[in-house]
Each structure stands twice: as structure tokens, then as C-alpha cells.
Write a protein that binds this ligand. Sequence first.
Ligand SMILES: Cc1ncc(COP(=O)(O)O)c(C=O)c1O
Length: 387
Amino acid sequence: MKIDKKLQSLPLTKSNPKTIESLFGQSDITPMWVADMDFAIAESIQNALTERIADSGFAYEYKPESFFKVQKDWYQKQYRLDLKNEHIVFSPTITTTIAVIIENFTNEIDGIIIQPPVFMEFRDVIRKTKRKIVKNALKLVDDHYEIDFSDLEEKVSSENNKILILCNPHNPVGRVWTKKELEKIVSICKRNDVILISDEIHKDIVLFDNKFTSVLSFAEEWNKMVVCTSEAKTFNIPGISDAMAIIPSESIHNSVKDIFGKYNLGRTNALTRVALETAYKEGEIWLKDLIKTIEENVNIVDQELRKNNSKIKLVKPEGTYQVWLDFRDVFTDTKEMFNYITKNSGIGMNAGHWFGREGALFMRMNIATSPEKVKKAILSIIKVENQ
Ligand SMILES: Cc1ncc(COP(=O)(O)O)c(C=O)c1O
């Protein structure tokens, strides 16, 4: 995989000096935190974008049938699912979609269930929409995260709780929920008339022999679901990407469409359109290479931890390009862990507690970079672990 040659010169969030100083308390860190990649995008996408810009302008655009077709073809080929145009709505970001669903299908006294440790924007959007955060914390059994189904049943069946937000594949713990697990989740939501939001942004980055199943496979049994996804993570284009919501229920779909219409959300961005169409048509080989590199990087982390008899444990990811590192045998205080590891290793990772207190004493490392950089980073961490 080719590394992005402009990493040092672009104003990237991951290396924004102000953000780094405020999060890490120092400026000289190697950023391995924000969930985007160090890789250059597929050459076909580069060429298509360049070609779109040359000798042209940016008049208003609409989404032509080809825009829908590539996405439908992708879902058919990868997941054997038939996407329907009438189920799709476009939104600027996944978080926008989640906020709109929460605000329009629940009231301020209602509870929204999340499964921490989980992507922090879920918690933040519930706070911002003034709803109640209800936790169905994941259980760590040996080195494998599982859903606490009896607790989930209890939370979903409580009258005040109206939405469950699922993250599949799960950021940050890397689980790719199995068909059986999803079947159980859908049936619990159905029994209790709870809307299921499934954030599937990492769907295409599934590692080793794991298999991704979308909750859309169960839409005939329970259609009160909103699947949020985009091409941002898959093809490393979050800086120009939109998000898509797939909503099989006609009434929910129509309400969301009306609200998006009211705020004029979902305008076609010409560069997004070109990048997306090209990515889904021609990006599969690049994606295969990416997955191979991520798997190699997971193995590097695993091998180096073992070889060096580290007390840090790897929770092996089934999907995403993050590794979730367990420091519970090294530290007893999560802030001390974060400060010590950051300061002494110089590696800027996400502290686990940023994903909820259930993530205390863990750290998330972004491994969407070169194997050399991953090896150097994990060795720097192992070295200071023993000091
Ligand atoms: C699970 C998950 N959902 C959503 C996002 C961000 O999506 P958006 O920028 O479209 O809100 C991320 C980014 O890291 C993520 O990990």
C-alpha cells in the first residue's frame, strides 16, 4: 500500500498541533489515533477526481442512476443484499442521521441504548439531543467481547428506552457481530418495538476469516431499522465523503426524508459522487490489498507482544483497522496509563476511557499505516512498559 505523500503538509485532524497539544499534553507525538488511514487512495479514484476537475466547473449536480447502481451492485456482490432506491437517504454524516432519528422518534425523557466501550459520538449525540444514555456494556470473556443479552433484554424492554444503537463492526473492540447475535438483537428489538440503528461504516473492513452480516438481512422480520453507512472508511475518503442511511420502513424513511428536505441536507457533492462511483466500481483490488496489510499489521502487534513477553494483551480485531490493547496487567489507573504511555513512547493513541469508562485501562491504536511504522510503534510501547 502506498503511503499518502502529503501526510506532513496537509491540515489533517490527526496532526493538528492545537488538538494534539490539548489531547496529549505535548506536541511531539506520532499520531495513531483518528480513524483514518496513512494510505494514498486507490489510483483509479485519484485519476477519476483529476479528470473530473480538469477543464470543468462545479455546477449543481444531481445523483444519477449510476450513483445508486454502483452501491446496489456492491451490496449485491459483497453481501447478497438487494438495496432499493426508495430505502436510501443521503446525509452529510452518520452522526447527522443518528441525531435526526433520535430527535424525531423519541422525546427528551427517553433512553437510547449504546454498548460501550463504543465510538464516543454515540454518547455525545445522545447528550446533545438531551436524551438519556442507557448502557448495555459489552462483556469481555477471556479476550473476546460479547453482548450481555440478558442485560440487553432488560434495557430494551424498559418502556422508556426507544432506540438501540449498534456498531457493527464494533469500534473500538473490533467485533464483527455474527448472524446469530444479530438475529437475537433484531428479535429483542422487534418484541419490544424499539428502533434499531446499526452503524455499519466499517462493514467492508473485515479481517481473517470473519464475515460481515448487515442487519438488513433481517429487514423482512423487523423493518424499524436505520442502517448508517458510507464509503469513508473503506476507501479512506472521509474528507470528501457523505453518508447513507438505508431505511426499509416506509414511514420512517418518509419522515427522515422530509426532515432532511427541511434542512436541505444531502446535496450532491460532485467530488463525492465521482469518488464513490469509482471506488465501488474499481476499488476492490485496492481494498483487498488494504485488508492484507491490516491483517499483517495485526499479526505484527500480536507477535511483538508475545516475543517480548509483554504484559499488554491484544484483543484481536475481527474487523476495522484498529487494535484494542489491554493494559490491565500493567497499570491500575487509566489516566496514569494514558499519560505515561503517551509521554514515554511518543505514540498518540486513543485512551480507552474516551469510549466510556468500560474502556478504562485499554488503548486503541490505529494500524492503517505501514507495517514498519506499526512495528516501531508497538516496540516503543513495549520498551516503556518495562521501564
Ligand atoms: C463507528 C463510526 N461511525 C461513524 C463514524 C464517523 O462517521 P461520520 O463522520 O459520517 O459521522 C466513525 C468514525 O470514526 C465511526 O468509527
